[in-house]
Design a protein around this ligand. Sequence first.
Ligand SMILES: [Zn+2]
Ligand SMILES: [Zn+2]
Length: 431
Amino acid sequence: MDDVASNSPAQSADILLPCRECDLVVAVPEPEPGQWLRCPRCAHPLARYTPHDQTSPALAVTALIMLALALAFPYIRFEKSGVSDSMGLLDAATQLAAFHDPLLGIIVFTTIVVLPGCFLVALLWVHLSLSGRHRLPGTALLVRSLPRWQPWMMADVFAIAALISLIKIAGMAQIGLEPGFWAFSGFALALLFTVQRFHPLALWARLAGPPAPPEGARAGETAAGQGLVGCEQCGHLQARQAGRACQRCGARLHRRHPHSLQRTTALLVAAILCCFPAHLLPIMVTTSLGNTQPSTIISGVLQFIGHGDWPIALVIFVASVLIPFGKIMALGWLCLASRQNRQLDMAAQMRLYRITEWVGRWSMIDVFVVAIVVALVRLGNLLSIQPGPGGLAFAGVVVLTMLAAMSFDPRLIWDQQQRRNHDPTLFPRSH
Ligand SMILES: [Zn+2]
Ligand SMILES: [Zn+2]
């Protein structure tokens, strides 16, 4: 259940929270358990009350058991002309390394196994610490770090990539699903639910108590307009002093992300440069009965269309072509719009920013498809698939556009509106 928080003056029981996407200070009453409170200006979810959350640790333990099973058992079996082979989850990374693509292997293994595994263990450590009388060492550091790992965990993207790989190979040979496949699918699902329930502000409330705003802080105005700064990690509103860390959680404080527009633009330019090798060089090379055939991202899409697999062709085209290009254009436009004084639709800009931030990781589908088919199809001259240099370049495009979205500060969108309105109480010139 969602509710919109109030931007009217705070009642005594209210907590003042700065919205991390538009900087408005919002008076947040204590919500009902499980209820989300949203920012009245930009609709960003501000707070959720989860007093004694037992479901998250249970989900995290389930996900870890599933991951262990997925690593212990074979993932997919492959059979052609009486020769059969099976791949494990680890093979998806080690085979890339064996074909002189160790960096891509590391990216795949880190995003589907290492980071999710570390996230789940760290989350269990935090919950164990919060449920005991004494805090365990490193609890604050972990609560501060966990949100940064979240976008880079891609088990769900890999699970979808596995389904696409099966359809891709189904025409070449017989395929069988092994126990590791089902265990990994269960792991991806349990991880998804764990991440959905993860809310750092609720953890900080249990770890450090409710945040106490400084004297005279007012709801309904921006934090920057009052000479204050909101901590992006724990939501604590405090006086702004250059170079000082958050009093409550120790995170670095920034009124806005430093050099946000310059960094975002530089990362976008690097992503555009990576697009050329990503789309011009082959991402995989298929050897069948001694004949080798390289394929690029686009020729892979055309192959699916040729075989009549329209839905898969569409998924690959959207994930590998439309999303990266759309993301570069959307972020470029947001950077330009943040510098201009023209009347623009704020809600539309925020929607564009959120979609851009959310869809980026799904572009990794094609990279994971390559990792799976390379590990699976290893029958030498009879039939084998090797990774091409385009795969690493494409992974580079995905990583760079994700970093660009993270370095863009959405509060700049709202600053631009306030500058245009010349409202000195909301945004004084000294900031
Ligand atoms: Zn907001
Ligand atoms: Zn903080």
